[in-house]
Design a protein around this ligand. Structure first.
Ligand code: AHM
Ligand code: MG
Length: 330
């Protein structure tokens, strides 16, 4: 093994400030949860984890067995530290308050999407878990306590269950990536101080929505497609994994821009602000990139609900700045 810094050692060395002790404990629980989720995904059809349940989540999406299994794992593991006062998830209509017996020090809120990209599960393509941690104004949180802008996050991260399992996180001091060694069960630091490339020649968007997009999005993508024959004077490549975690991870590693804009079908876009767009925007900004709705920095959007949707365009800063300019020129 070339790497010798475990995630626990890394956190012990690098977490500082008033939240350090609580974050180390909460991240310990998140790490345990992600390892369990990796096992549940890995076992897949062998243990009957695949397929739909016939139920719908709060957003009218058909729940898969793994959506519910991973949600339960995340809730169960993250009560252990005693620091989490409340949790909210893509898979639950309302937030939950953690019972007092688990809550010795509970002062934080955990928001998460336990299985992002779950339409990929049955076809054996990468999925992920996304999480965001906020300070809780009270030990008995109310809905309003959750509705903080993304700029208030003290930690955000994702686990990617891909060709290897990785955990990537930020506490507002850069972005670091860790890879799970399945033999020892330890995450090791493999991607220190992840930085986004300044320029890119790769974009990710669901092209089948082209006719519904707003003009600035069509203009940006049209110019990419024109390649070196158009105003951009270079060819672009395209990817669409339909898993935001896999998409953003690729962009962190080799550059690019990821877009799920609003369109004439869904005025607010598809992705959820509190547990998808905010944590991913925090990570992307911490790696030197940018994240916008087209009109506003995502981290400054004032939330109005836990499951609120938001248009998302994020990645290499120059590209995102160009997209913002196209929206301003509208
Ligand atoms: P999910 O959380 O229900 O899986 O939905 C979010 C996912 C994102 O990971 C991905 O970017 C997007 O949905 C893909 O949507 P589409 O199927 O419209 O391309
Ligand atoms: Mg999701």
């Amino acid at each position: 093994m070339m790497q010798n810094t475990t995630i626990t050692k890394f956190l012990a060395q690098h977490l500082q400030g008033e939240h350090a002790v609580a974050l180390a404990a909460m991240l310990g629980d998140i790490i345990a949860a992600c390892k369990q989720i990796a096992v549940a995904i890995d076992s897949g059809a062998l243990v009957g984890n695949m397929g739909s349940l016939g139920s719908e989540n709060i957003q009218g999406e058909v729940q898969k067995a793994l959506d519910v299994i991973t949600n339960d794992i995340f809730i169960e593991c993250n009560q252990r530290s005693g620091y989490v006062a409340g949790m909210a998830s893509e898979e639950m209509g309302n937030f939950i308050e953690i019972a007092d017996k688990h809550k010795k020090n509970g002062q934080y809120l955990l928001l998460f999407d336990p299985l992002d990209g779950s339409s990929n599960v049955n076809v054996n393509i990468s999925v992920g878990t996304i999480f965001s941690i906020l300070k809780s104004p009270s030990k008995k949180p109310e809905l309003a306590d959750f509705l903080q802008p993304g700029s208030a996050q003290i930690c955000a991260g994702y686990a990617l269950y891909g060709t290897s399992t990785m955990l990537v996180l930020t506490t507002g001091n850069g972005v670091n990536g860790f890879t799970l060694d399945s033999e020892s069960g330890e995450f090791y630091l493999t991607h220190p101080n992840m930085q986004l490339a300044e320029d890119t020649q790769e974009f990710a968007i669901n092209m089948s929505n082209y006719r519904f997009w707003q003009a600035p999005v069509q203009r940006y993508i049209d110019e990419c497609l024109q390649g070196d024959e158009g105003s951009r004077k270079k060819d672009f490549n395209m990817r669409w994994v339909a898993s935001m975690v896999a998409e953003v991870h690729r962009i962190l590693v080799r550059g690019g821009v990821f877009m799920y804009p609003s369109d004439n079908k869904s005025k607010s876009g598809k992705l959820r602000l509190m547990y998808e767009a905010n944590p991913m925007s925090f990570i992307v900004e911490q790696a030197g990139g940018a994240a916008t709705t087209g009109f506003q920095r995502i981290l400054e959007v004032k939330p109005s609900g836990i499951h609120q949707r938001v248009p998302v365009m994020m990645g290499c800063k120059r590209e995102v700045d160009r997209i913002i300019k196209y929206f301003q020129a509208k």
